[in-house]
Structure formats: structure tokens, C-alpha cells
Design a protein around this ligand. Sequence first.
Ligand code: GRG
Length: 295
Amino acid sequence: MTDMENTFTERMARDQALVEDYLRNAFTSEVRHADLQEAMEYSLMAGGKRIRPVLTLETCRLCGGDWRAALPFACAVEMVHTYSLIHDDLPAMDDDGMRRGRPTNHVVYGEATAILAGDALLTAAFGQLARADLPAERIVKAVGCLSHAAGSAGMVGGQSLDMAGEGRALDREELELLQSLKTGALISAAAEMGCIAAGAAPERQAQVRTYAQALGRAFQVRDDMLDVISSPEELGKPVGSDQANEKSTFVTALGLEGCAALVEELTRQAIGALEGFEAPGFHIWLAQTLAQRTK
Ligand code: GRG
């Protein structure tokens, strides 16, 4: 590892620790039912990679903002992401038993509590936005950005297409649309909320969107590859589930080699979008690192 890579790895670890601390203290006295609070914290504090909140913090910094003020935005995105994972694992959706290296929420707390824990995390996310120590105008923009990305025009819409497409082969175009909504929209919102927190110019936000959309696509293609080439120990969830469920993925569409080439090309595109930023080193490193991730 070069000195530069070491520095970025440390910076990522420091950002992740900030996010962990903030999330740990997010619900202390508000939740009225101990089981519900436990279920929310069980999934939220289960050791996810925290890529989305790190992207918010680092993009705020990239745009010259005070990244500490972006922490509530960052953690709001992670709450939405965690809710989506809890609901995605439910018997009515993917019916998965393991996530983030532990039994899924509904396996431990039952379906009703898992649904409510997801609902409460989604709602709490918007409460977090309201709490940010930033100008009201930026908070309003962040509400618009996150609700658009998480809702029927974004992640929920993608999940709905996914459910509707079960049992038949999707073509490349359908797959791209589904994944750009299901996974890409929230990743893009995570980065754009960093721009919003920093009060960045619209042109800068547009560049960041291009970066994050390419990053999100590469992330999803790599995710499909990992379901074939990784192990349950590494991923914290079963592998081979796409094939077992006869799902259309980028691997079924392009093969493993085609996927590797696409991840490389998308990573190049992501990095190319950063031209003109003063210090894009972390974002470049992140794109390169995610392209080779093993979990
Ligand atoms: C239920 C509304 C609703 C949406 C579900 C996110 C999602 C939509 C489903 C998850 C299915 C899945 C495995 C998608 C692949 C990409 C992805 C989002 C992986 C999980 O994100 P990571 O790798 O997870 O960032 P960690 O645990 O590290 O946070």
C-alpha cells in the first residue's frame, strides 16, 4: 500500500467511526418501546460499510463545506439504507436469513417489529435532516433530494420493478433501469447531500451526480459479481442466492469478464467527472477501492 492509500484508508476509518458514534447516540430517549428500539439499533449498528454516509461527509468536504455539519445528513442516508435492507429481507420480499453477518431483523424480532423498525428508521431519517445545524434552505433541499431518491421515483420504485420482474429474464436495459433506481438513486443522493450541506454551486452538484451515478452502477455490478465469487464469511450473507432465485443480474447478462470490464469502465467515468475539483483524491481512491471490493 502506498502512503497515499494509507492516508485515505485512515480517513475512511475515521469517517466511519464518526458515523458509528453519531448513530449510536441517535435514539437514546425518543423510542417508546424497548423492543422497537432494540430492533432498530440491531440493524443500524450491525457493522455495515457506511459507504453512503462517508460519501456525504467527503463530498461536503470536496465542495469546501464543514463536513461536521453534514453528519445528520450523512446518518439520515444510512438510516434510509438500513430500513431498506430490513424490509428487503422480509419474507414478502427476498426472504433472507442473514445480513451484515447476523440473522436478519425479522428472524430475531418477528415480522411485525421488523416492519416497524424499518418504518421508524425511515421516519427518523427525515427528523435527522431537520436537526442539522445548517441554513433552512439547505435542509429543505436535502429533504427533497432524499425523499426523491428513496421513494417511488427512486429506491422503492426500483424495488417494485425488481419484484415485478421476478420469474422472467430481464434485458440489459430493464436491468440498468431497475438497478439505477434500487441502488444508484440513494448512492447518488448521499453524494449530492454533501454538496447541499456545503452550499455547492449547481454545476458542481451536477458533476458529483455524474460521479456518484457511475460509482453506483459499478457498485451494483461488483455486487452481482460478489454473489458468484465471494464467500458467506466475507459477505456476511449467503452467496449464490441470485442464481438459486433465478434472478437476472449483470453476471447473467454479461458474464464475469464482461462485468469486470464494465466496472473498470464505470470507474474511469466516475473519476473523469471530478475534473476541476481542487482535491478529489479521496473520491478517486474510493471509486478504485470499491471496484475491487471483496465484501
Ligand atoms: C425494501 C424499499 C426497499 C428497498 C430495498 C437496497 C435494496 C432496496 C435492496 C438490497 C438488495 C441488494 C443486496 C442490493 C445490492 C446493492 C446493495 C444495496 C447492497 C447493500 O449495500 P452495502 O453493500 O451494504 O453498502 P452494507 O451492509 O455494507 O451497508
